[in-house]
Design a protein around this ligand. Structure first.
Ligand code: 9YT
Length: 133
């Protein structure tokens, strides 16, 4: 069994700063679970363009308020505590955190991230070289 705390990964290479967000990667590809799990803070007052063409992501919001704008249908989805959104179509979107407070999200990626990824200019993470799923 693996046991890990947020506190012990803060300040290590498992903590990745994407400017508008900071991702604390609790479970990664080398744990061989087929998915990765991140505790991610979205900085208040920011907008992030995201298009995970190579990954599926589920995001559960536990704090803060914001919205997701999905490009394909032009819809705005309010996101706040106790709300999950599921990017089951590799949906291109804009994630906006309102000014009042940072958002805190639990993110699950399949296939798992290796831990080194940051978004490219199109909001994409590169495809994994190999996956366990
Ligand atoms: C919610 C979201 O997609 N934020 C961007 C960062 C990403 N989830 C990560 O790597 O933790």
């Amino acid at each position: 069994m693996i046991v890990r705390t947020l506190n012990e990964i803060l300040g290590t290479e498992r903590e990745v700063d994407g400017e508008t967000w900071i991702s604390r990667r609790l479970v990664l590809a080398d744990d061989n679970m087929g998915y990765s799990v991140h505790d991610t803070v979205i900085r208040a007052g920011t907008e992030t363009h995201i298009h995970y063409k190579n990954h599926l992501e589920t995001v559960y919001c536990i704090a803060g308020e914001g919205e997701v704008y999905t490009v394909a249908d032009g819809r705005k989805w309010p996101i706040g505590p106790d709300t999950v959104y599921v990017l089951d179509q590799n949906d291109e979107h804009y994630l906006r955190a309102y000014e009042a407070a940072d958002m805190r999200m639990v993110c699950v990626f399949r296939p798992a991230l290796t831990g080194k990824e940051v978004h490219d200019a199109d909001g994409v993470y590169p495809a994994p070289e190999e996956t366990t799923t």
